[in-house]
Write a protein that binds this ligand. Structure first.
Ligand code: FES
Length: 161
């Protein structure tokens, strides 16, 4: 198992522990999760902010505001966070090709960042939007019903901006 995957697992475990001990909706719990995330990854990416927001069932804006009041927490420094769905239902609809096209176009693997540090590529098991898959998320915005051509185009646009 790669270091990054391990870090993800450690974070997911600590997140559910925080939810269990502080309870849904707890801002103290969010603070603890943000601190853990910072410790593990040296920053809190957009994806991790979303996961914290989902886990505590709090709006993402609340998480963002809390980060502003926690000087020790750094938001992700990358410009674009690309997250591809690696779930089984998207796979049935052709996401394997999409994942390959994204990796090839960005010229990086999953859990890697482009050489210029602008784009980070990760996967998520399911976005719970399977009927609209294959799905890609770029900085919290969803792109649905992706195929090889559309995903290549999208990645090219991000690269060339
Ligand atoms: S499997 Fe892709 S959104 Fe559910």
């Amino acid at each position: 198992m790669s270091g990054k995957k391990n870090e993800e697992l450690i974070f997911q475990e600590s997140l559910s522990e925080c939810v269990d001990s502080f309870g849904i909706g707890s801002q103290e719990g969010v603070k603890a999760s943000l601190t853990e995330c910072q410790k593990i990854f040296d920053c809190v990416s957009i994806v991790h902010q979303q996961q914290i927001s989902e886990a505590f069932q709090l709006d993402e804006k609340i998480i963002k505001t809390m980060i502003k009041f926690m000087p020790s927490i750094k938001e992700s420094v990358v410009e674009y966070e690309v997250v591809c769905c690696s779930g089984a239902r998207c796979a049935k609809k052709g996401s394997i090709e999409v994942l390959k096209a994204v990796k090839d176009t960005l010229d990086i693997d999953f859990d890697e960042t482009t050489e210029d540090g602008r784009i980070r590529l990760t996967t998520q098991n399911c976005f719970k939007k399977c009927n609209l898959g294959p799905n890609i998320m770029v900085n919290s915005r969803f792109y649905h019903k992706m195929n090889k051509v559309k995903s290549k185009e999208l990645m090219k646009n991000i690269k060339d901006i």
